[in-house]
Design a protein. Structure first.
Length: 207
C-alpha cells in the first residue's frame, strides 16, 4: 500500500476528524490507530501509520491530535504524546508511582506463562536482543520484555557491536527472587533452547 500524496493541496484533510470531511476518513481509523499504538514498542511516525492505514498523512495526524486531546480531557491513566521519533502511548506522569508500586512493590502478581518463557530465554541467552528473544519464542515479545524491565527482572545491557540492537540481561533482583547467588547456579536448561537462534540476526530473520 502507498500513502496518498499529502504534501500540497491537501490541507482540507488536516481537520478530517469527527465532522470534517467524514467521508474521507475510514470509520474504523480511530480504532485501528489505537490498536497499533497500544502494542508498538517505540514511537511510530504519522507517515508510517498513514502508510499502514493507506490514508493521507494529514488525516492520520488529525486523528492522533484528536485522540491526544481526548485522553487528556477525560483524565485517562495514559496519554498519547508526539516525541521526536513519532507517536506513542505513555503512562500519565501522575500515575507513575502507582504503576511502579503495582509492578514491583505491591501485591505480588504471578508471571504469565509468556513472561516465564521470555524470562528463561533472556536468562540463558544473555545478553540478548528483543529480536532474538522473539525468534526463540516464535512471537513478538516486546510487551512482555517491557513488563519484565518494569518489574526489575531484566535490564538494558548496551548495544550489539554489529547490529546496534539493544541488549538485555537479568538483574540482581532476578537472582534474589530465585534465591541464586549467581547465574552459574541456574538449572542446566540451555540445551533445550533452539540452537538455530545463533543463525538469526537481531530482527529475528535468518542470516
Amino acid at each position: 500500500m502507498s500513502v496518498r500524496d499529502t504534501t500540497a493541496g491537501d490541507t482540507a484533510d488536516r481537520g478530517a476528524v469527527g465532522g470534517e470531511a467524514a467521508g474521507d476518513v475510514p470509520a474504523t481509523l480511530r480504532r485501528d490507530l489505537e490498536a497499533v499504538l497500544m502494542v508498538v514498542d517505540q514511537p511510530v511516525s504519522e507517515y508510517d501509520l498513514a502508510q499502514a492505514m493507506d490514508v493521507p498523512v494529514t488525516v492520520v495526524l488529525g486523528v492522533l491530535e484528536s485522540l491526544s486531546r481526548e485522553y487528556t480531557e477525560q483524565g485517562r491513566g495514559f496519554d498519547l504524546r508526539a516525541v521526536a521519533e513519532g507517536w506513542r502511548v505513555y503512562t500519565r506522569p501522575e500515575c507513575a508511582d502507582v504503576v511502579e508500586h503495582f509492578l514491583r512493590e505491591g501485591q505480588e502478581v504471578r508471571l504469565t506463562q509468556a513472561a516465564l518463557e521470555t524470562m528463561a530465554v533472556v536468562a540463558y541467552r544473555q545478553p540478548v536482543s528483543r529480536g532474538r528473544v522473539s525468534a526463540v519464542r516464535g512471537v513478538n515479545c516486546d510487551g512482555v520484555m517491557r513488563t519484565l524491565v518494569l518489574r526489575g527482572l531484566i535490564e538494558e545491557a548496551g548495544h550489539d557491536s554489529e547490529s546496534g540492537a539493544l541488549l538485555y540481561r537479568t538483574t540482581s533482583y532476578f537472582l534474589e527472587r530465585l534465591g541464586l547467588r549467581g547465574l552459574d547456579e541456574l538449572p542446566d536448561l540451555a540445551p533445550f533452547l533452539p540452537d538455530d537462534i545463533e543463525g538469526l540476526d537481531d530482527t529475528g530473520e535468518h542470516t
